[in-house]
Ligand binder design. Structure first.
Ligand code: ATP
Ligand code: MG
Length: 391
C-alpha cells in the first residue's frame, strides 16, 4: 500500500487513525465493530439516521452517496475507505479514490454491479457461467434462443435477495417479464438443475497476497440465503478445491483489493458454475465471526489498512441460520432468545433494526461445536424454537 500500512491506534494527520465505509447496513456495522476492536476510529456515510452501522460508529455522515459535501467529510475523516454494498455508485468511489486509498476499487465494484460485465469477467477468467443472453433491445429479446427456456430474467443492475428476478417458461412469459421490468437491461439465464449452492470468500491485499475461508455450503429459500453450513465434507473435496481456485483467479483477474465473495452452483452432474460475486463481505461468511480465528470483517480491516494477511483457520464445524423478519412476525416481535441461548454453542447477532418485515435480514445465529452432528442437532433445535423450517 502506498505510504505503508495505516497502523491501528496511530495518528494520521493529527487524527486517530480512522477507517471509513460507504453504506451503513449490517455489513458496515460488523466492519465497524471489527475495526473498533482493533483500535481504529470509524466513519460511516449513510443517509439513514438509524442505519445499523451509523448507530455504532464514531462518526456518521448522514448524506446521500453522491453528496459532494458528504463525500468531502468522509475523506476528511478517513485515512482509507471501503464499501459495504455493491450498489454504492462507482463515481462516488472514484471521487474518494482520487484522494484516499479505496478498497475495493471503483472499477472492480462497477463490474460486480452489472451482471453482464460480471459474467464476461468470469468467462475471461475461464470459469463457466450458466448459458445466458443479454437483453437490452427488442431485437435481442426476439433473438433469444429457445434452449435458454425455462430460465430466469434478472436485471443486470440493482438486484439482491432475489429481487429484480422473474422466472419464465415460455417466450410469451419472457416478453411479459421484460415488460414488467420496464425494459431495463436484463440477462436471461437458463434455469439449471442445481444439486447444491456454495460460496467462497477470499481477501486479497495491495501486494496481491490472497487468503481464503473454507467453502460455504448455502441453502437459499425464496431467493434469500437461509442456512450456511461449513465443515469438512460439506462438499466433495475436489469441488471445494475447484471453487477456491476459481475464486482466486476471479480476484486476481480484477487486481482486487479487499474481501470478495463468489457464489457458485453445483449441478446434478457435479459441474461447478459461477453465479455472481459480491465485492465485500457476504452473508454466507457471517459464521466466521464465531467459528474462525479471524472473521471476514477482520480481513476487510486488514486489507483496507494494508496490514498483513494470514490464512484464516476455522476452529471447527459451524452453521449459520439467517434471522429474517418472519421470525419476529411469528412471535409477536419477541422471539424466544432466552430459550435459543440456552442451547450450547449458540451465538446471537442482531443488527439493531427495529422494524421487522418478511424477508428483511434482522440478524443471524451462529452455531459452533466440536462435531458436525452436535452442530447440526443444535442448529435444528434452534430452528425449531424459532419456527424456521428444518434443513
Ligand atoms: P443475492 O445478491 O442476495 O445473492 P440475487 O438477488 O443476486 O441474490 P441470485 O444469486 O442471482 O440473486 O439468485 C438467487 C437464487 O436463485 C440463487 O441462489 C439460486 O438459488 C436461484 N437461481 C438463480 N439463478 C439460477 C439459475 N440459473 N438456475 C437455477 N437457480 C437459480
Ligand atoms: Mg446471489
Amino acid at each position: 500500500m502506498k505510504g505503508g500500512p495505516i497502523l491501528p491506534g496511530s495518528l494520521v494527520n493529527g487524527q486517530p487513525a480512522t477507517l471509513g465505509v460507504m453504506g451503513g447496513g449490517q455489513l458496515g456495522r460488523m466492519f465497524v465493530q471489527a475495526a473498533q476492536r482493533m483500535g481504529y476510529f470509524t466513519a460511516v456515510l449513510d443517509p439513514d439516521p438509524a442505519s445499523p452501522a451509523g448507530l455504532v460508529s464514531h462518526h456518521h455522515i448522514q448524506t446521500g452517496y453522491l453528496d459532494e459535501q458528504g463525500l468531502a467529510q468522509l475523506m476528511q475523516r478517513s485515512a482509507a475507505i471501503t464499501t459495504e454494498f455493491e450498489n454504492v455508485p462507482a463515481p462516488a468511489l472514484r471521487t474518494l479514490g482520487a484522494q484516499r486509498p479505496v478498497a475495493p476499487a471503483a472499477d472492480a465494484v462497477a463490474i460486480a454491479q452489472d451482471r453482464a460485465q460480471e459474467k464476461a469477467h468470469f468467462t475471461r477468467c475461464g470459469v463457466p457461467v450458466a448459458p445466458y443472453a443479454v437483453i437490452e433491445t427488442p431485437e435481442q429479446l426476439a433473438a433469444v434462443k429457445d434452449e435458454l427456456l425455462p430460465g430466469i430474467v434478472k436485471t443486470t443492475r440493482l438486484g439482491y435477495d432475489g429481487k429484480g428476478q422473474i422466472r419464465v417458461k415460455t417466450r410469451a412469459e419472457l416478453a411479459a417479464a421484460w415488460d414488467e421490468l420496464k425494459h431495463v437491461p436484463c440477462v436471461l439465464e437458463k434455469m439449471l438443475p442445481l444439486k447444491l449452492e456454495c460460496s467462497v470468500i477470499v481477501a486479497r491485499g495491495w501486494d496481491g497476497a490472497c487468503v481464503n475461508f473454507p467453502v460455504q455450503r448455502n441453502l437459499h429459500r425464496d431467493g434469500i440465503l437461509a442456512v450456511t453450513e461449513v465443515y469438512e465434507g460439506n462438499l466433495p473435496p475436489a469441488l471445494a478445491e475447484q471453487a477456491v481456485a476459481a475464486t482466486k483467479s476471479i480476484a486476481n483477474g480484477l487486481q482486487y483489493v479487499g474481501v470478495l465473495c463468489v457464489e457458485f452452483f453445483v449441478l446434478q452432474d457435479d459441474t461447478l458454475i459461477v453465479n455472481e460475486m459480491a465485492p465485500r463481505p457476504h452473508n454466507s461468511g457471517h459464521y466466521t465471526l464465531d467459528a474462525c480465528d479471524q472473521s471476514q470483517f477482520d480481513l476487510q480491516v486488514r486489507t483496507l489498512a494494508g496490514l498483513p494477511l494470514v490464512q484464516p483457520r476455522a476452529y471447527g464445524p459451524s452453521i449459520m441460520l439467517n434471522l429474517l423478519g418472519d421470525v419476529w412476525l411469528a412471535f409477536n416481535n419477541a422471539p424466544p432468545w432466552d430459550q435459543v441461548l440456552a442451547l450450547p454453542g449458540t451465538h446471537l447477532h442482531l443488527y439493531g433494526k427495529l422494524d421487522a418485515k418478511p424477508g428483511r435480514k434482522m440478524g443471524h445465529l451462529n452455531i459452533t461445536g466440536s462435531t458436525v452432528d452436535e452442530v447440526r442437532t443444535t442448529a435444528l433445535a434452534a430452528a425449531k424454537l424459532l419456527d424456521i423450517e428444518p434443513f
